[in-house]
Write a protein of this length. Sequence first.
Length: 248
Amino acid sequence: MTVAQPKQAAGITWRHLLRYAAIADLLVMAIVGIAVRDKEALAFAAAILVGILFLRIRSGIAGVIMIGVLSLDAAVFMLPAAASNSTHRGRFVDLLIPLSLAVISASGALAAVGSVFRHRLPETSGRAAAVVLQATIAVFIVALIAGTISQRTSKAEVARAGDITVEMRNTAFQQKTLSAQGGSLSVAVSNHDLFWHTFTIDALHVNVDVPIGANRRVTLNAPPGRYEFYCRVPGHRAAGMHGILTVS
């Protein structure tokens, strides 16, 4: 006597969707990381590759969890980056990169959840995965159109003679210590990272959003003293994205 096996829905499965999303994330992160020399993007791509390899080991649950966590992390960071760039920058590529990663990573996170619980509802798992794939494509197209329409071109805020220059790269300020004379001073900030950042000095009431690929310039009045500047994006300050401005 044979035991009836759970009926599997035809079409794409959660594991297929997870693998496709992971490969897409890997390729985009690797290409962008090489293009802009971003160490974090390359490290993320390497971690995704390890997760894909883990999918082949036994049940593959280690790979599912690893890809799911990485995808969720990328989606959380890239969604606000895409939103910020849609309203702050005019370059299409600065919207396309974070939006692509946000949508792909979100679908990967959902696919990881579906892969974990696929045995509870085997009859509908295939259809659900297909719906998520179709929704991912639809959301990407709609968001890309909406973001492109909402983009506005801003004046290039390039550094001027006498400005203090600050560069953001690899989730870090390349200049950890800044010095200036008291009074009116200007800081020119450029973001060469994969994530949007802020240049924040609480004591001087300075908080400037700096989207991916953007240049921002802020003028402030600072009495003599030491002031901490940092990025207020959650987790960035704790990761070491801060420094000291000394005004004499």
